[in-house]
Design a binder for this molecule. Structure first.
Ligand code: FAD
Length: 281
C-alpha cells in the first residue's frame, strides 16, 4: 500500500485517439500521487472490450500504476469472459472489478450466461483461482433495482461469500448511509474492506441526471445551493469541493479503509479534494 489509506482512480475508455492521449496525460498526473490502482470501466455486453483492454494495459505498462479492468457479465458469454480473463492474466493484471453491468436499453437483461455479479465472482474464482484481487460494487443507498434494502444487503453478502476480496461503493453524498451499510453487512458476517466511491461535484445538471439513474441521492441542502448557482461553474466547483472534502474527512475519521475517485477522466476535481485532506503520499 503506497498511502496511509488506499487511494484509487477510475477512468472510462475513450472513443477517440485524442481523448485517449488526454486520458493518459491525466493518468500520468494522478500517478504522482502513488495510487494503489487505476481502474477502467467496461461497456456491458462488450461494447468497450478492446478499448478497456488496451487502456488497462497502457496504464499498467506505460504509466506504471497497477490497473484493474472492470468486467461485467450481463450480455457476455462464459467463453468471452474466459478469453478476457486469460488475456488479463497473461498480461500480469492482478485486480478485476467484477460487475453485473447494465445493458443498453433494447438488448434485454437475460442475454449472457451469468445473471448476477456473485455468479461472475464465482466464475472468476473457478477459472483463475486466487490470481485476481476481485472488487465488487456496493450500494449504501440501495441498488435501484433491488426489491428492498434487506434483500440488497443479502445480495451484497453473496458476492463476498463467492470470493470477492473488497468492494467499492456507488457514490453517495451522505456519509451516514455508508456507515450504516457497513455496519449492516458486517452483521451478516461480511468482513471485506468496503471503500467509498467518491464523485467530485463539477456540473449540476449532469450530476442530477446521473444520480437519478443510479439511485444516488443529492441531499436537498446540496441540491438547492447547486441549483441556485445556475451557470456559475466556479461557485459550483468551490461549493462541491467543500462538500466532498468534508464528507471524505468524516468517512476517513469514521474508519473508511480508503477512497476511490470517479474521475470522469479529469485530474483536478479529485486532486483538489485529495489535497484538502492532507494525507501523506
Ligand atoms: P449485482 O450485484 O448482480 O446486483 C444487481 C441487482 O440484482 C441488485 O438489485 C441486487 O440486489 C440483485 N441481485 C444480486 N445478486 C442477486 C441474486 N443472486 N439473486 C437475485 N437478485 C440478485 N456498469 C458497467 O456496465 N460497467 C462498468 O464498468 C461499471 N463499473 C461500476 C463500478 C462501480 C464501483 C459501481 C458501484 C458500479 C459500476 N457499474 C458499471 C454499474 C453496475 O454495473 C450497475 O449498478 C448494475 O446495475 C449492477 O451491477 P452489480 O455488479 O452491482 O450487480
Amino acid at each position: 500500500m503506497s498511502q496511509d489509506r488506499p487511494l484509487s482512480f477510475e477512468f472510462f475508455p475513450t472513443k477517440t485517439d485524442a481523448g485517449h492521449e488526454k486520458l493518459m496525460g491525466v493518468a500520468r498526473q494522478l500517478a504522482a500521487y502513488k495510487p494503489d490502482f487505476f481502474s477502467c470501466t467496461y461497456g456491458a455486453g462488450g461494447s468497450t472490450r478492446d478499448r478497456t483492454l488496451n487502456t488497462v494495459l497502457q496504464l499498467e505498462n506505460e504509466v506504471n500504476v497497477p490497473a484493474a479492468p472492470h468486467l461485467s457479465c450481463v450480455g457476455d458469454s462464459k467463453q468471452d469472459l474466459r478469453g478476457l480473463l486469460d488475456q488479463y492474466k497473461a498480461a500480469g493484471i492482478k485486480r478485476i472489478v467484477a460487475l453485473r453491468g447494465d445493458l443498453p436499453s433494447g438488448m434485454g437483461m437475460s442475454s449472457g450466461e451469468l445473471r448476477h455479479a456473485n455468479d461472475l465472482v464465482e466464475f472468476i474464482r473457478a477459472e483463475t483461482g486466487d490470481h485476481f484481487h476481485i472488487e465488487v460494487a456496493a450500494y449504501p443507498e440501495m441498488h435501484p433495482q433491488a426489491r428492498n434494502f434487506e434483500d440488497d444487503l443479502v445480495n451484497f453478502a453473496r458476492k463476498a461469500n463467492a470470493g470477492a476480496s473488497s468492494a467499492i461503493t456507488q457514490y453517495f453524498f451522505n456519509a451516514d448511509s455508508y456507515f450504516y451499510f457497513v455496519e449492516r453487512v458486517q452483521k451478516l458476517g461480511v468482513n471485506i474492506p468496503i471503500v467509498p466511491g467518491i464523485m467530485p461535484i463539477t456540473n449540476y445538471s449532469k450530476l442530477a441526471r446521473f444520480s437519478d439513474a443510479c439511485g444516488a441521492e443529492i441531499p436537498r441542502w446540496v441540491r438547492k445551493q447547486l441549483e441556485a448557482y445556475g451557470d456559475d461553474v466556479k461557485s459550483i466547483q468551490t461549493f462541491g469541493e467543500q462538500v466532498i472534502t468534508q464528507m471524505c474527512e468524516r468517512l476517513l475519521q469514521g474508519g473508511a479503509p480508503g477512497l476511490h475517485f470517479y474521475t470522469l477522466n479529469q485530474a483536478e476535481p479529485s486532486l483538489a479534494v485529495w489535497n484538502n485532506l492532507k494525507l501523506s503520499s
